[in-house]
Design a protein around this ligand. Sequence first.
Ligand code: KG4
Ligand code: ZN
Length: 348
Amino acid sequence: MNGLLLLGIETSCDETAAAIVRDGRVVLAESIASQMDVHARFGGVVPEVASRRHVAVVTRVVADTLSQAGLAFAELDGIAVTYGPGLLGALLVGVSAAKGMALASGLPLVGVHHIAGHVAAALLADEADAGARLPALALVVSGGHTEILRVDERFGFTRLGGTIDDAAGEAYDKVARLLGLAYPGGPKLDQLALTGNPEAYAFPRSLIDAPNFDFSFSGLKTAVANELNRRRQRGEAVDIADVAASFQQAVCDVLVEKTARAVAATGLHRVVVAGGVAANQGLRRALAERAEADGFTVVFPPRRLCTDNAAMIAAAGYFAMRRGLRHDLHLNAHATVSLADWQCGRVV
Ligand code: KG4
Ligand code: ZN
């Protein structure tokens, strides 16, 4: 088969995932073992439990992926693994597994920055289209990150700004919890917002007028908590669909405004949206409308590739390897690592 085949492994949080991707664009096989049910009981991810589950299933998940693709290690061209940022113990499982497989097979190894992985999801082709082209702006909105990045044609990143406190997904999960929705609350809040009035509550749009590309969502979360408390103390009924819709509108207004301004400031007219919150229906609609009005294009990965998966890690690994990035068996896991340090190979 022509093209470079990379195996991707992702264990940074609560999904154990493996995938094989050709040339960073075409997904040949994918396998994912979600731990969502295990953590739902605790209302959030329990790091130690996550690590143990990764250990239990990672070998099977990789073997499933190889057999789905009908490929052996000897037919692959490299192994890409998420090495940070994320939960340290969880990351260590994937990194150790990948190092063991690289040692045994002799395949080249590349550690991948999780955020670069999310961005690469938008470059993957699916049945509907050929995937985005670079250069582009990237709006990364996940459980741990909210950032606006410039991505050059060689998959190099420059950070324009990001959240100074909570990430967008984190705000979704925290507000969902305040509304009594089960973990993980983001998708449930998204669904609930469809039936609510987005103008029912005037929640704050923090930093919307600040002349930078930074975000702040913790004040918004506090505003929702205060509003709910006030109403409950007064014995007033709360329509949680209205709260959900108004919260979502506040988040989307800021994300859309800053993204549109980044387009104007950089002259880049292609925006890729990445991370779990890129699956959000309200955000998809609001960004598509603004893109149409302002004359830029916006690309969303297929919804299943918005949340954590290994196809995006294999794709990012391919583009990073093409830039010359390689790691050896000294590769370690890092709970925090910047994109800048990753791409120039400073942190291994
Ligand atoms: O990218 P991801 O899978 O993990 C991280 O790298 O953080 O993102 C997970 C986050 C969670 O906070 C989840 O609630 C949120 O993405 N999310 C959503 C939606 N689907 C996932 N938030 C809002 N609307 C959605 N449809
Ligand atoms: Zn993620």
